[in-house]
Every structure is written in C-alpha cells, then in structure tokens.
Design a protein around this ligand. Structure first.
Ligand code: TRP
Ligand code: ZN
Length: 850
C-alpha cells in the first residue's frame, strides 16, 4: 500500500457535478442482489469526465441519457468508474450486482442473521452502487425494495413509505421517498422479519410522529427502555435547543452484527442490538444508561449531522463533537450532572489522552487520512465534545444558544465546515474565537503548570498558569491555545468562583482581600481537556475533597491523591502509605452530603490506562503492583466503613442504580479480605438483576476466588441462548487472572458460539483481554501480544474496521520498557508483512513503526 492513497484536507475541491435525485431499486438476494441506480446529474464545471466511486461491485450496465455505454466508453478500476458527461443535465442509469451474504466487512449492504441491512458511513455507499460518495453531494432519494414476502415482510428505507404491493413469485415491494436532500452516507435499507414496538410523539409544531423500533423476534419486551429514551430525547431537544423532528416516521432497527454503536441514517437508524435491548435480568444499570445516551446521540444527529452535514470527512467533528456534547448534556439533565461529568472525564483521561500521545495522534479536525474509518476516534468524538463544551463555558448558556440558532439559520440544508460553526458562535456572541480555533488544528493534550503565591501583608493571592504544548507524532510545531479555566478559591469558610481565560503561554491573575492563603480548587467541571501540574499538599487536596462547591473538583482531588501515591509506589514498591489517606476517605464515605454513586466514583482508583498515560516509561508490572498495594491498603484501613456501606446498600429493599454502584465498589474492596468466597457467592445468589450478578463475577475473577469457575458455569448455563449476555461472559473470560489463561483463550476461540465475524463477540473476548487484562496481555513471555496478533491476522481479512480498533494497545509500543517494547514491535512487523494488509491496519501500523 502506498502513500498515494492518503488524502489531505488542504486538497479539498468543490465537486464538478451535482446529483439532484437518485432513484434506487434493490432486488434483494443473499449472494446476487441487483441494484438499479438512476441519477439526475448536473454538470457544474467545465470538466467533462465524471469519476464515480465504487468498490466490491460487479458492473452490469451503464446508460447515459438513454444510450448504453460500451466498454470503450468508460474506464473501470477496483475503486472508480470514469465516463464522459457532455450535457449540462444528464440521466445516468447504472446497474450493479453485489454479494451481501459474503460481506463480512459489514460496510455497504450485508446480512445480520436473517436480515439485510446497510451501513454507509463513512464510505460504504460505494459498495452498493457507483456514486459521488462524498458528503457535499446531496440528493433526494427514492428507494424501491423488492424481496420475498414471506422471509422479508418488512422492507424499510429512509423517509416516507409512498407505495407498496405484491409481485409475482412470492415477491413484494415497498417504495420509500426521503424529501430531505442528503449525502449518501445517510442512506439506509433494511429488510427482515422483526417484532415491532410502536408508539408516537407529537412535536412542538404539532406534527404527529410514528415511532417504530424493530427487534429480532422474541425481543419485544426488551425494547421499551429504548422507546422511552427516544421520547425523552425528542422532548429534551425541543426544550433545550428548540429543535423538533421533521418527518412523519422515525424508525430504529436493532441488529446483532454491527461495527460500531449505531448509525443516524435519516429516519431509519440502525443500531447495534447492544444499544437497544434491555430488561432487568439481562442488562446492567450501565447498559440502561448507555442505551439512553446512544438513542439520544443518534436522534440528536437529525439536526446536528443530517439537517446540517459535513462538507468533507475532515470535518467529522462538526457533527460528532457537537452531537456528543449534546448527548452528554442530555444525560447530565436526566441523571446526576456530576457523575455524568466524572464518567466522561475518566474516558478522556484513560483513552483520549493516550490516543493524543500515540503515533496516531491527530487534531479533532484531521489533516490527512488514508482510511476514514480510522478517524472515528476518541479525539474526534470526545475531545471534539470538550472543544464544544469550552465554547459553551466561554460564551455562557444564552450566547451559546444564540450561536446554535444562528448556525441553523445560516446552514440548514447545507454541508459545512468546523470553521463555519465557530464563526456562527463568534458572530452571535461577539466573542473573539480566533485563537480558540487552534483547538481544531492542534493535536496533543496541553499541560498546565500552576504556581501560586500569597502575600500575608497585602492579602493578595496570585495564580500563575503556564501552558506547555508538547510536540506530537506528526506535528512538531505548537501554539498557545485559548483555555477556559474555572477556579474556586476556598478561604475562611467561603468560596469564590472565577473563570480565567488563558490565551498566552503564561499568565498571572491576582486576587485580593484574603486573610489567609486560599486553597484553590483548580479546573472546575474539568473546564478544559488538559493535564494539570499543581503541587498542592495532601492537606490542601483533602480540603478540596471536603469543601469545594464544585463536585467534580471534590472527586478529582481524591483522584489526585490516589495518583500521587500510585506514582510513589511505582518508584518505591515498599513505600509506606500514610494513614491520612484512610481518614480522608472515611470522612468521604460517611458523609451525608454525597450520593452513593458519587461515593462509588470516589472509591474507584485510576485505571491502568490512565496511570500508564502519566508514565515516562511504562512498566506494567510496577503499575499492577502499585494498584494492588494501594487497593489493599484502603481495603484494610477502611474495612469497617466499607462493610457498613455495603450492608446499607444491600439492605434497602428499594435498591437503585446508585446503591448498586456503591455496593459494587465496596465489594471490589471487601473481596480482598480472606474468606471472601461466601460474600461474593451471596452477592451473586441474592442478586436481583444483571448489575449485581456481574459485580459478583467481576470480584470473583479479579481475585481468582475458588468459586469463580462454578459461578461462571452457572451464569453460562443460564444465559447460553442470550447473545448479549454471553458477550458479557466472554469479556469476563478475557479478564481471568489465573495462569491457565492462554489455554482458556485458545479453547474459547474454538467454541461454536465464538466467531470473529460477529464484532460484538470478537470485541468482548479479544478487546477485554487486551484492554482490561494488563497482567496477562503484557505478560513477560509475550504470549499476550502473540494472541492478539493471531486474532488480528484473521480479522484483517474478515473485518478490517474491527481489526483496526483492536490493534490500539500495540501501537504505543515505544512507551514501554525495552523488553516489552521489542516484543510488541515484532508483532507489528509481523502484521506489516502480511500480503493482504487492509488500508485500515496499514495506516496505523505505518504510523506506529514509522
Ligand atoms: N455516525 C455514527 C455515530 O456517531 C458512527 C458511525 C460511523 C458508524 N461509521 C460507522 C456506526 C460504521 C456504525 C458503523 O453514531
Ligand atoms: Zn455520532
């Protein structure tokens, strides 16, 4: 694979042709689906050749303005079809044949179980027909779907149903028309025999919208939470952003085979069934939360993504960063704002910061791309959301809303850029965002160095903040960013809040009239995606933990204490931990002001990933030892309080997600005591739902308790036929701590119910092993790396997108100590020598090795 396949943002050119209307007709068949594509194409430049994208297609015929082209009239390659269009207005009819059954990449038209479905974002439509597959080409689609009536009673596509009827030989058809012009990445088609949950919603404009959720037969009772979530999302978007739904029908289809979470196709979302199906017995509280968030996310895309879309794929964060911000705000409004924020920040610190320090580091608006699927990243999504959040913080709620209103006023129905969005924000608020825009082009996590001084004679407190923007893999030169910093100064029992705007390399702020040196709660609500180096004493951090108004800062102070002692233990394995730590967490656990979910967050130690991201050279064994030592120290010192907390949570006959979160967190400590088998067994046996069952299994697995195998067997027997629950079982297996793990992994991959063709199943075992089992993934023999590589070699041909996600933990090999570095590198080299290495893996491996 050569560099020539790399595309650059700087090379963007407006299209030479427009496509106004598309008429599609699908004759569905497992291995020989025929697609007739009739396009009205308009020439808008003096270019007379048109180049259409197309991959994995069999071309049957092309007709231009009524004349069938012969082989001499066009040029055809594996990726393109070129022919002349001499008139201004043209009608082009192209017929292709495709093979959905053998489409294991799950892009374009494929089969999930017995159903046909599509996935076109980012560039999957070109696997259905020849087309100008770019988001700034927007057309109105009419889609006729023909299939066998008995096997496929439901035939769906975007927009409104305009026609249907029976045909010869047991076939039938349905025709759909989408009145909104859209890019082809939002096209969708589904055909199958589903159970259907229906409901309706009346919009603020008085439009009655039919809501339909399609699930596999037998799963209807698991679709209610998704439906409730959809209605909550529709209402919230009207109330908070004034945005109402615009078609008469909104459909969601849940499928088992899906590369990502869900897809916002206009009027016809396709979802990974994991983000739709839930009932008490099979879904955890986290599953319930995530389903609501993903349903909201896809629904919110109807405005931020579909009504206003991206000019080109480099602008992906225009829709994703903004839509993630919207779904996070929604979740915060539906639940605890503080807990929601804490969980968002955990993901950012453990995963996005690592990505931003990795060989694949890129700005939220990437500048070069080989395979677009590689850029649906934590950076584009989560950091992208942080960038929107910073504008929200800088502008304030009212001005932010004015900016959003202006954005839709200017760009409804258009394909635009990130700059267009920021300009609307700046114009609506009169805020200068010119320096702020650098967040879109600069990669890497800024580091803030904070210094304070206090003059007791004048009562003046000064806070100096310096920003360090280190070079990243593909970007050496860095500039100062515009960084909003919320601070809270605590003194004499009162607290004052300030919003500081750092726009230069280094700035100092002065605050007066203090009788004593204030204690500063820095970066309230995590007001910017940065790392902070601020040398506060344990005592000061404990003051913040106990007295800050900002709940995020309370939690973060506890995390800083944990991180501080983990780092000491990494440097000095037998370091003696101070009892003040116990006292501080005892106060926290017995406080009446904190809700149980927050206590659970406070008790959760920084993850392996977050710790690793803060190490110069990663030595996995040292990190694991430090984490274990700290956890054991806390478990011993807090054992009485933890048991009392645990009992209190378990006793209530009205258990809630909050009490369950705290019970699970306590259990993870209590299990470190001896004689803990019984406690875990009871937690499992008395479990009233999946959250409790999983907490018990996780505790057993982490401690390799003697009853682990029996518990896992019981769980397996109970859930053997429930795919989504068995995914949980496979991910628990990936986290086993015993030394027989490699033999077990080998056996697991050979089971009939394990298949790399199913992304959820592949991720649950391989992903959990390589991301959540550092002890064995990084084991000194290198077997963990070998196991992952073996799976990646198979996945490379089956599903490159999934392979490219699972390779992530190998890419950062340079950050590891010598021995592991060499072993990881040799696995990457092995992969790079494969004959058929996909673009997806090529781009990442080249970046890592290069
Ligand atoms: N646009 C989708 C979202 O943000 C994500 C997406 C992109 C996707 N490509 C995909 C989903 C491929 C599934 C498969 O929700
Ligand atoms: Zn999205």
């Amino acid at each position: 694979m050569t560099q020539s396949t790399t595309r650059y943002l700087a090379d963007y050119q407006t299209p030479d042709f427009h496509i106004d209307t598309v008429n599609l007709c699908f004759n569905l068949d497992d291995t020989k689906t025929r697609v007739v594509n009739e396009m009205a194409i308009e020439k808008v430049s003096d270019q007379s050749n048109i180049t259409l994208n197309g991959e994995h297609l069999s071309l049957l015929s092309i007709k231009v303005n009524g004349t069938t082209l012969t082989k001499d009239d066009y040029q055809l390659s594996d990726t393109e079809l070129v022919f002349a269009l001499t008139q201004q207005h043209n009608t082009v009819v192209i017929e292709t044949q495709i093979d959905p059954l053998n489409n294991t990449a799950l892009e374009g038209l494929f089969k999930s179980g017995d159903a046909f479905c599509t996935q076109c974002e980012a560039e999957g439509f070109r696997r259905i027909t020849y087309y100008l597959d770019r988001p700034d080409v927007m057309a109105t689609f009419t889609t006729k779907v023909i299939a066998a009536k008995e096997s496929f009673p439901q035939l769906l596509s975007n927009g409104n149903k305009i026609d249907s009827g029976d045909l010869e030989n047991g076939q039938h058809f349905v025709t759909w028309q989408d009145p909104f012009p859209k890019p082809c990445y939002l096209f969708a088609l589904v055909a199958g025999d589903f159970d259907l949950l229906t409901d309706s919603f009346t919009t603020l404009e008085g439009r009655n919208v039919a809501l339909e959720i399609f699930v596999d037969k037998g799963n209807l009772s698991k679709a209610h939470h998704a439906m409730t979530s959809l209605k909550k999302s529709m209402k919230w978007d009207e109330e908070v952003f004034g945005l109402a739904y615009d078609l008469d029908i909104y459909m969601i289809v849940a499928v088992d085979f899906f590369n990502m979470g869900a897809m916002e196709n206009k009027g016809l979302n396709v979802f990974n069934s994991k983000y739709v199906l839930a009932d008490e017995a099979t879904a955890t509280d986290t599953d319930y939360f995530n389903i609501e968030a993903v349903i909201a996310h896809e629904y919110f895309h109807n405005w931020t993504g579909n009504r206003v879309t991206c000019r080109d794929w480099f602008q992906l964060s225009l829709k994703e960063g903004l839509t993630v911000f919207r779904d996070q705000q929604f979740s915060a409004d539906m639940h605890s704002a503080a807990v929601t924020r804490i969980q968002n920040v955990r993901v950012l610190r453990a995963h996005q910061f690592a990505e931003d320090a990795s060989p694949m580091a890129h700005p939220i608006r990437p500048e070069k791309v080989m395979e677009m699927n590689n850029f649906y990243t934590l950076t584009v999504y989560e950091k992208g959301s942080e960038v929107i959040r910073m504008m929200y913080t800088l502008l304030g709620k009212e001005n932010f809303r004015k900016g959003i209103d202006l954005y839709f006023e200017r760009f409804d129905g258009m394909a635009v850029t990130c700059d267009d969005f920021v300009n609307a924000m700046a114009d609506a608020s009169n805020k200068d965002l010119s320096i702020f825009k650098r967040w879109y082009s600069q990669s890497g996590t800024p580091l803030l160095l904070v210094n304070e001084s206090f003059d007791p004679t004048t009562g003046e407190y000064a806070l100096t903040v310096e920003q360090k923007n280190m070079p990243t893999a593909q970007q050496q030169e860095k500039h100062a960013l515009h960084i909003p910093i919320k601070v809270e100064l605590l003194a004499g029992g009162v607290s004052q809040e300030h919003l500081l705007e750092l726009t230069e390399a280094k700035q100092t702020w002065h605050f007066s009239m203090f009788d004593e040196k204030p204690v500063t709660a820095f970066l309230g609500d995590f007001s910017a995606p940065v790392k902070v180096n601020f040398d506060q004493s344990d005592e000061e951090l404990i003051t913040v933990m106990q007295n800050a108004q900002n709940t995020f800062c309370q939690w973060d102070a506890g995390q800083k204490l944990f991180m501080r002692y983990i780092e000491r233990l990494i440097d000095t394995p037998d370091y003696i931990l101070p009892n003040e730590l116990i006292a501080a967490f005892e106060v926290m656990l017995t406080s009446n002001d904190l809700d149980d979910a927050l206590k659970a967050e406070q008790l959760t130690l920084p993850s392996f990933g977050e710790i690793a991201d803060n190490q110069q050279i990663i030595d996995p064994e040292k990190i694991i030892h430090a984490l274990k030592t700290l956890k054991l120290f806390l478990a011993n010192g807090l054992s009485n309080v933890l048991s009392r907390c645990y009992q209190a949570c378990q006793q209530t006959n009205t258990r809630t997600p909050q009490t369950r979160a705290l019970a699970s967190a306590c259990l993870s400590y209590l299990v470190l005591d001896t004689n803990n088998e019984q406690l875990v067994q009871n937690h499992y046996d008395n479990g009233q739902n999946m959250t409790e069952n999983l907490a018990a299994l996780t505790a057993a697995i982490n401690q390799s308790l003697e009853n682990t195998d029996a518990l896992m067997k019981d769980f397996e027997d109970k859930w053997l036929d429930t795919t989504l629950v068995m995914d949980k079982w496979f991910s628990l297996q990936g986290m086993q701590q015993g030394d027989d793990i490699f033999a077990n992994l080998e056996a697991l991959t050979k089971r009939d119910d394990f298949s790399l063709n199913n992304p959820n199943r592949a991720r649950s075992l391989i992903g959990s092993f390589s991301m959540n089992n550092p002890k064995h993934f990084h084991c000194a023999t290198g077997r963990g790396y070998e196991f992952l590589t073996t799976q990646l070699i198979a996945l490379n041909t089956i599903n490159p997108q999934v392979a490219a996600r699972l390779i992530t933990p190998l890419l950062a090999f340079k950050q590891y100590e010598e021995k592991r570095k060499a072993m990881m590198q040799s696995q990457l080299v092995k992969l790079s020598n494969l004959d058929n290495l996909s673009k997806d893996l090529t781009e990442k491996i080249n970046a890592a090795l290069g």
